[in-house]
Every structure is written in C-alpha cells, then in structure tokens.
Design a protein around this ligand. Structure first.
Ligand SMILES: O=C(O)CCC(=O)C(=O)O
Ligand SMILES: [Fe+2]
Length: 330
C-alpha cells in the first residue's frame, strides 16, 4: 500500500458560500436532516439552482484512480460538538453538513437510502462504536476493514460513495483500490465473470441477514457497456463454495487490489468520492478514543441515472428483501 495522492478538486470561495447558504436555508426550514418529502423536495430544488463551478467540481470521476477528493464546507471543530458514540445517537449533529453532502450528491446523481440502515436516513454517520471494534462495518476500529464494494450484496447498490470528513485527529486512512490499475490474465477475467458464489448482506443489515430466500450467485468482475466493473466483498463471500479455479483467480484479484491500494487520510471538510463500480474501499485499523473526539465521517450513496455498468441478470435478484430508496423521482 502506498500513501495516495488522490486527485483533489477545489471550490472557489463564492461556490463555498453558495453551498453553505443553500444548506443552511434548507436546514432552517426543515429543522432536521432526517428524511422527509419536504426536505428532499427542497434539496432537489436547491441543487438544481447551484452554479456551474459546483457542477463542474461534481463531474464524473475522470482518472484511473476511480476517485477524487472534493474540498467542501469548512468544519468548525467546536461548533459540530462531540463525536457521537454511535450512529444511533448522532441525530441531527452537524446537520448542515448532512444537507451540504445531500446537495452535492444530488448534483452527481440520485441519493440513495436503505430502509434497514440508520433509520432510512440519506446521510449516515460513520463513527467507531463500543462493542463493534472488530466488526466488518463502518462502526469498527481495531481491525482492518477489508476492501469492499459498498452494499455489494444488493443489485440496487450505489454507483458512487461519498465520505465527508467531520473529524479525524489521528489521520486514520480510508483505503481505495481501483480495478483500472489491476492487471489480470484473460483466463482469470473469464473465470471471475462466472456467477459462482453469492455475496451475503453485511452486518449493518440485521433484517436482510435473516432473509430466507436462496442467495443468488453473482460475478465478481465483468465487462459492461461502460467498461470493466467490480463487485467484491471477500468478508461476506462464502468462497469455500467456489471451485478451486475460482478461488485461485479471486486470490490473484485480491493480491492485485492490495498491491495497487492507496491510503486517503481525509481532513475535516474534505469529501472523498469513490466510484463504487471501479474501486473497492476499506479502512486501516485504529484505536478508538471514545471520548467525544473520535474520527467522524458522513456518508452518502448515489445512483447515477443512465449508467450501464450492471449486468441484466442483476434485475432478477431479490436483494435479500432490502429496499433501496431513491431521493428524487426519475
Ligand atoms: O471509515 C472509512 O474510512 C470507510 C468506512 C466504510 O467502508 C464505509 O463507510 O462505507
Ligand atoms: Fe464501505
């Protein structure tokens, strides 16, 4: 792993003021960043009125890194208050940043929420939580969060993942590895395009994990109309059910991804945008503080209308009974 030099996109002062005012106005009217039809309508209206420099900064990923960092609203470390001890107690803390993230997400595409995750909110709080130190979810800390496609178990998963940093005193890095940088032989590519094993719902989805339908087998890597696409989550893939040939190809893919992995240590106000079809992300281990000064990220998920990266067979998957909710009507 190397310390990354992620492409950085800046916003000029006028655009930052524009974004902040838009977010503050919506928050003042709604009084909360929790999901409501009125909030989503206000976000849609306001996002449509944002100026050209913001739109330009939100253009699609345009390098082989499959990601970029956007310097968005400055974060007032005192003003946002202490880091919540879990997503469940975060409520409306730093809500203006929730709405700014939702505005940017709406410029990039259509924000996505899950009925079974974080109360159906469109912006999630990612903080280390006591008792979850070793989990393979955003709430963990002391273990490596393995590289994964976000919500890989589901056909409605996001095209883009956004991680906005509120606080990160220990410079804990998010990891990212792009399939564009991986070199695999034709044989491995062909093997990994076969649907041989399922990807099971991760621990953040209690209800989906109890779903009693048969898990569909899915490909790991394929060529789509819009290029090579990856769907990868080794921590939730029962590889022992795959053929030795598949396991070997999967191992080579994992090794290659590890070799090209970069570390992005976000500073407050920075938003990491990851293309979820090209890049797997994770996080290095760290020691949680549990004193109100812990690392704190805001996460948004985005569907990009018109993307042709998903195989037609995904349309028949049950998604383990989980409903993906899009913020704005198509
Ligand atoms: O904490 C991080 O840097 C990434 C966590 C993660 O995988 C996520 O929020 O989806
Ligand atoms: Fe993730």
């Amino acid at each position: 792993m190397s310390t990354g030099s992620a492409p950085v996109r800046l916003l000029d002062d006028a655009s930052l003021t524009e974004l902040r005012h838009a977010a503050e106005e919506i928050l003042a009217a709604a009084g909360t960043s929790a999901t409501s039809p009125a909030l989503l309508a206000a976000v849609a209206r306001s996002a449509a009125a944002l100026g050209a420099p913001i739109r330009h900064a939100c253009r699609p990923v345009d390098t082989d890194d499959g990601l970029f960092v956007l310097r968005a609203l400055a974060v007032d470390d005192t003003g946002i208050g202490s880091t919540p001890g879990s997503w469940a107690t975060a409520g409306d803390r730093a809500a203006v940043h929730d709405i700014a993230l939702l505005l940017l997400a709406t410029v990039m595409g259509n924000p996505l929420a899950w009925e079974g995750q974080q109360d159906g909110r469109f912006v999630h709080n990612i903080v280390p939580s006591s008792g979850h130190e070793r989990a393979q979810t955003g709430a963990s800390s002391s273990v490596l969060l393995s590289p994964h496609t976000e919500d890989a178990f589901h056909p409605g998963r996001a095209h883009l993942l956004m991680l906005g940093c509120m606080r990160n005193h220990d410079a804990v890095a998010t990891t990212a590895a792009s399939i564009c940088k991986v070199r695999l032989g034709d044989e491995d590519l062909a093997v990994l395009a076969r649907p041989e094993v399922p990807i099971l719902p991760d621990d953040a989805y209690a209800e989906a994990r109890g779903f009693d339908g048969r898990p569909p087998n899915v490909p790991t890597l394929w060529e789509s109309e819009d290029g090579r696409t990856l769907r990868f989550d080794p921590a939730y893939t029962p590889l022992d059910e795959a053929t030795p040939e598949y396991r070997a190809a999967y191992r080579r893919l994992s090794e290659q991804l590890a070799a090209v992995s970069t570390a992005v240590s976000l500073a407050p106000g920075e938003v990491l945008i990851v293309d979820n079809d090209l890049v797997v992300h994770g996080r290095v281990p760290f020691r949680a503080r549990y004193d109100g000064t812990d690392r704190w990220l805001k996460r948004a998920l985005v569907r990009v209308p018109g993307r042709r990266t998903r195989p037609p067979a995904e349309a028949t998957e049950h998604g383990y009974g989980q409903a993906a909710i899009e913020a704005h009507a198509a």
